[in-house]
Design a protein around this ligand. Structure first.
Ligand code: NAP
Length: 324
């Protein structure tokens, strides 16, 4: 028997239970994966707490990596013994072993180990689609990135720096500011005690930035709009501080004919070709050494409750993995 984290009702971290589960054989189009680790992501908090309702009972977790131990009928591009990583629905990554659709699994190159993959598939592909597809950044430009020392944030700082983009990053402490700077973030703003709008205006000599990547939501979204140049882009991709008040379309014109988007990774990797291209770009930039995956917290899967508490309490930096 294998173990997995399951929850039977939405709520506080304690609703997650470490249970024995029957894994079973893979059906058509499925693989059975023996996992090395699962990745912890802020979206897991929305799902566990009920902010994003899912059917009950359910598993949790959307990111992981391991070795294929069985393949179902019709799986042609993956085989037993392959190491793979993934980041997508269905829920259930917080597990020692699982059966899952083969179409979301990506074969890992030798340069990427399983722990790195578990720490970066969701966060790294998110950075890839945000800076290359959703709003393609220009070398020489300056962008604002909120929560720059987080899992997505540390990857973004390094990748943008590598592309010749200047990053202004917000952070919640002086230690996080140092960490973000060490990963390519040129300017940091501790938004707990400094007005980030005023600081962005000062750093850009009043011009503002062409794009803000905002995953904090409630506490920052309206300020983010004020940091934009005319015809700038507000990319709202998360709500770590809660859902922001609704924005009227007329506010977009009032802020200089700005554009607003609320994108999700899963819509950018829905086709197998899109997934392989996005993951391949991530593997290349990590294998080159330009982006390092900082696994700053490791917990046994059975201690996922504590991992959730630490993420919500803003105690983590970089990536967190749950060891199977
Ligand atoms: N749209 C998509 O497809 C997509 C995909 C992946 C991730 N995301 C979003 O990207 C964001 C980052 O994800 P992640 O997994 O890498 O998490 P993370 O950045 O490691 O953790 C969230 C960070 O948000 C900041 N934060 C600000 N206010 C907060 C509050 N009230 N409560 C908790 N945290 C607060 C904290 O950093 P400071 O202390 O420095 O402020 C915290 O460390 C999340 O909002 C997530 O939902 C979206």
């Amino acid at each position: 028997m294998a173990h997995a984290i399951r929850f039977h009702e939405a709520g506080e971290p304690e609703v997650m239970r470490w249970e024995e589960v029957e894994v079973g054989d893979p059906g058509p189009g499925e693989i059975r994966l023996k996992q090395t680790a699962a990745g912890l992501n802020f979206i897991d908090i929305y799902l566990r707490s009920g902010a994003r309702p899912v059917p009950m009972p359910n598993g949790l977790g959307l990111e992981g990596a391991g070795e294929i131990v069985a393949v179902g009928e019709g799986v042609i591009d993956l085989a037993v013994g392959d190491r793979v990583g993934y980041a997508d629905m269905p829920l259930g990554a917080y597990a020692e072993e699982r059966v899952m659709p083969a179409k979301i699994a990506v074969k890992l190159p030798d340069a990427i180990n399983n722990e790195q993959a578990a720490a970066m598939m969701l966060k790294g592909m998110t950075v890839q689609f945000l800076i290359k597809s959703c709003f393609p950044v220009e070398p020489g430009s300056t962008v604002l990135w909120h929560a720059a020392a987080g899992g997505v944030g540390l990857i973004a700082c390094q990748w943008l720096n590598h592309l010749g983009v200047t990053v202004i990053g917000t952070v919640g402490s002086d230690e996080k500011a140092e960490l973000a700077k060490a990963h390519g973030c040129r300017y940091t703003v501790n938004y707990k005690d400094e007005d980030f709008v005023a600081r962005v205006k000062e750093l850009t000599k009043g011009a503002g930035v062409p794009v803000v990547y905002d995953s904090v939501g409630k506490d920052t979204l309206r300020g983010s709009m004020k940091c934009l140049q005319r015809r700038g882009h507000l990319i709202s991709f998360g709500n770590a501080s809660g859902a922001p008040e609704p924005v009227e379309l007329s506010e977009l014109s009032a802020h200089g004919s700005i554009f607003a988007a609320r994108p999700m990774l899963f819509d950018f990797i829905a086709e197998r070709g899109e997934l392989l291209a996005c993951a391949g770009d991530l593997f290349d930039v990590v294998a080159s050494g330009a982006v390092k995956i900082e696994i700053n917290q490791r917990y046994p899967l059975s201690e996922t409750v504590q991992a959730h508490k630490d993420l919500v309490d803003r105690k983590t930096t970089g990536s967190t993995i749950l060891i199977a």
